[in-house]
Write a protein that binds this ligand. Structure first.
Ligand code: ZN
Length: 253
């Protein structure tokens, strides 16, 4: 009996070893706004747990210089939790990575850009929207699913209450770009949203992809309540397999 068990374990081990491993590298900063750091720490805990259950490799780092060709060659997906690269070398390496089939998942402040950002490629990559405003304080909001046929959204209700977040609105709306597919939107029923800073209205995409890239942006990511919704957690979890590359030999190393 003991030998039988041993053979079974050996077989399971061999089967798992043959599965291509999907490598994910998450970047974050500990020196940015406290609410964004809180989100990053919770996200690392969340995705570490998802990685164990769904058998992918997950690493988090504050070392943004790891955005270089040599390191990125080992990863099929890059996540930015609470910051973005600031040096030309890091930005160039990321552009090359994405232009050649890399994957990106960005949260909240990761997509922030204004006249000082000085990175036109990144604004095009996001769909052309420049940060225009946000609500304050962070508030829960009803979000609606634009496309329920995606594996990312198909297990979600048509709309649900997303936990308190600082919601960003962009001008022009990324939806106006033909390459952008909006997957979730802040419901107009939330307007006006905010107390100190209020968004009165307007098209506010919450989750979208630029179909020219393997990328996904989610506006969630402010504070320590983001993972309080089991419904939303499904979205946050499914974002990873949704972004997985068509797996060839490249996933095997
Ligand atoms: Zn924020």
């Amino acid at each position: 009996m003991r030998y039988l068990l041993w053979f079974v374990l050996l077989f399971v081990d061999a089967a798992q070893a043959q599965q291509p491993v999907f490598h994910v590298l998450a970047f974050y900063s500990d020196t940015v706004e406290r609410d964004h750091v809180d989100f990053a720490h919770q996200a690392i805990e969340f995705y570490s747990s998802v990685a164990r259950r769904r058998h992918f490799d997950f690493t988090a780092t504050t070392h943004w210089d790891d955005l270089n060709a040599g390191t990125l060659a080992h990863y099929q997906l890059v996540i930015w939790l609470d910051d973005q690269p600031h040096t030309p070398q890091q930005r160039d390496a990321f552009e090359q990575y994405m232009e050649h089939g890399g994957g990106w998942l960005g949260f909240h402040i990761a997509a922030y850009n204004d006249s000082d950002t000085d990175w036109p490629w990144f604004v095009r990559f996001l769909g052309g929207g420049v940060f225009y405003g946000n609500n304050w304080p962070p508030l829960p909001a009803e979000v609606t699913v634009d496309d329920p046929t995606q594996s990312l959204t198909k297990t979600l209700p048509k709309s649900f209450l997303s936990p308190p977040n600082e919601w960003y609105i962009w001008k022009p709306s990324p939806r106006l770009n033909k390459d952008i597919k909006v997957l979730m939107t802040l419901s107009p029923s939330n307007y006006p949203i905010g107390l100190k800073d209020t968004i009165e209205g307007g098209d506010l995409p919450v989750v979208w992809t630029n179909t020219r890239y393997r990328m996904l942006y989610l506006n969630m990511g402010h504070g320590d309540k983001i993972f309080d919704s089991n419904i939303q957690n499904r979205l946050l979890e499914e974002a990873i397999p949704w972004l997985a590359p068509p797996c060839g030999r490249s996933c095997g190393h």
